[in-house]
Every structure is written in C-alpha cells, then in structure tokens.
Design a protein around this ligand. Sequence first.
Ligand code: SF4
Length: 393
Amino acid sequence: MKPIALYLHIPFCRRKCLYCDFCSFPGRPGDFSPYLVALQRELAARWNPDWTVATLYLGGGTPTVLPPTALAGLIRAVQAVAPLQPRAEVTVEANPGTVNGEGLAQLRAAGVNRLSLGAQSGDNRFLKRLGRGHTTDDVERTVALARQAGFTNINLDLIFGLPGETIDDWRRTLQWAIALRPEHLSCYGLQLEAGTPLFRMVQAGQVRLPGEEEVSAMFLANTQILPAAGYEQYEISNFSRRPPPGTAKSGTEGDGDYRCRHNLIYWQYGDYLGLGLAAVSTLANRRITNLDNLAEYLDAVQRGVLPTATEETLSRRQGMAEMLMLGFRLRTGPDPAAFYTRWGVTIDETLGNAVQPLIDAGFLRREAGSYRLTPRGMLLSNQVLAKALSPLL
Ligand code: SF4
C-alpha cells in the first residue's frame, strides 16, 4: 500500500479577511450538506485502493464553520473509503472563536489529533487591520478549550509584516504565542495579493506595510526567539517544539515529534490527493487542479464527472526542479538519497556549477551530501533558488 497525504478543502468562512485570496467565501448553510456529499463522491471517484492515508488534513477556508458533527461524520465517511494508517496525523484547521469545547471534544473523538489555529497576531490592532473575525482572547480561550478536549498537538499560524507593524510589535506577538505553549508555530510573512481589499488600501496609501529591512528583521527574530524558547526551525517558516532529550523521532502521535507530517510530505515531494473546490493533487508526475466555482464543482460531481479544471504531466526537468525547490525549504535541504532514487542522478550532477557562487556568497552551505540554505539564504530564498536551480529552469 502506498502512503499518501489526503487534503480536503472546506471553502467556507464566516467572512472574508481583507488580505485573503484563497478559495474561500462566507458559507451559506444551504451549501454545507451538498458540498460534504460532493467531497465524499469525489473521494470515491479518485481513490486508488492501493493507497493508504498517512496524513489527513481538513483545511480551508475555515472547516470549523461547519458543525463539528458534520466534520466528524466526514472524517468517518473518508475512512470508510480511504483507510488511515495506524496513528495517522489528522489535522483540522480552525479559526479562534468558531468552535467551542464540546465541538473540540467531538473532533478529538472522531480521531483528530492535531489542531491548527489561525491566530495570525497577538495584537488586536493588527487583527482588526487584517479584518480577522476574532480577538487574542478568542485565541487564548480556544487553546485552553482544545487542551481540555485532549489536544496535545496544536499549531498557531502567525503572520508578520502587517500594516503598521514594527519589529517590537512582532517580538511581542512571538512572546505571546510562546506563552500559549503550542507544539508548533507557522510564521509567514504577509503576502500582498492583487485584488484583495488590503492591496487596494495599500495602493491608496490608507495603510503602510513595513519596509524590506524591517520584515527581514522580523524573519530573523523568528530564527532567534523561537529556538531560544525550545522550538526547532525545520522549515523556512515552520517551527516545532523539540522532543524531550532521549525521545526518538518516529513521526507518530505522542512521540514528541511535532513537525507537521502532512506538510513534510509536500516538501519531500511525496504524493498527495487534494479534494474539493480548487484543490490540487500531485500524484507521481501528474498535477491535477480542481474547478474553483462552487456551482460548477457541485454540478460536475453530481453528474458523475471528475471536477478537474486542469491536468498536466510534469516533465522530468519540472519534477526535478520542484523536488529541489520544495526540499530547499527544509532546514536539512533536499534529501540526496531520495533525489537519486527518483531521478537516477545526483543533486550535484543536476545543479553543476550553479551552487558554488551561492556558497561563496554565504547563501548556501554544503552539508550531509546536500545543500542547505543559510539564514541569509532563507531571507532571499526566491532569488537564491532561482539561481541554484537555473540549470533546470
Ligand atoms: S479565515 Fe482564512 S481562508 Fe477564511 S477569509 Fe480569512 S484568511 Fe481567508
């Protein structure tokens, strides 16, 4: 049986945040039930009986705008078709204030063992500027309720580089998050996306984003403050609490390894099946993207047609470039043995002379038969990787 990552997209949110360009929109309760039925039909249509689920991830959107009983029912229905590996990681994304203690207990009872909370900032001024529908109190309350419900693996999503944010503001957010003792922290820089209300506000001069230097200082603060508080940076933007000394990392619940196994499968260029609106799958060298219009998606699935918008076969060069691009996001860099097994050539043979100038400039270093981004390289990862991978692009 081949282990894969399974992603289910729930596009509904309570309201649209000002910076968001994800496939998400305020959910109408009348859409919930048909959508859940469609997800199950799509799963049945796309599932390969040779697969097994290593990780299940319900993301969005805000999955917890659906009633917890509906989410629990969905997870059970998934398992009837797609068997979960013993101790599979099962994550549900939630926004603070959208789920209560009873709902969290229902999710836990349904097998959810990882909760990912969209906290975003430890300062209510910034939450308001982002158009988030919650406060820091809601985050603190939801974390406490999740602990009471038995969650031992909680992630907080945070965003830095917010309108008007200073390095001191961001340091305070990090300290606030650390005090909540999550097992995992994702810290992403704000991406200003064209077409969003925030983009228009910035264009019109109504709000100002921090400059490049200040944003770089925020990124470097992550790499200093979080390790000092016991978090290991295992990916450019992701930090997990270090396991207690002497604990072996085996990637199973309760073993002290809190890296996100679902995302590790993406970064290691493993296979994943994405279901639902606008979901993306990569299976061997096939890339499938689903329709992103709800009515069209529902109509296709109801007619027994796969809701595919685009499907492409990645070339060998594209596949190699993607595997390296994703692998470089990891602190340990791309895995040289996995790369060789997949493509029959080494990373060195593939990148040739492109890496040496980047090593000389302090952006990359060679370690354990592979290359890793240095902290400076991580800061400029897009430019550095474009140069490193130039033989493939
Ligand atoms: S909650 Fe998340 S998905 Fe929903 S609108 Fe806000 S940022 Fe987008």
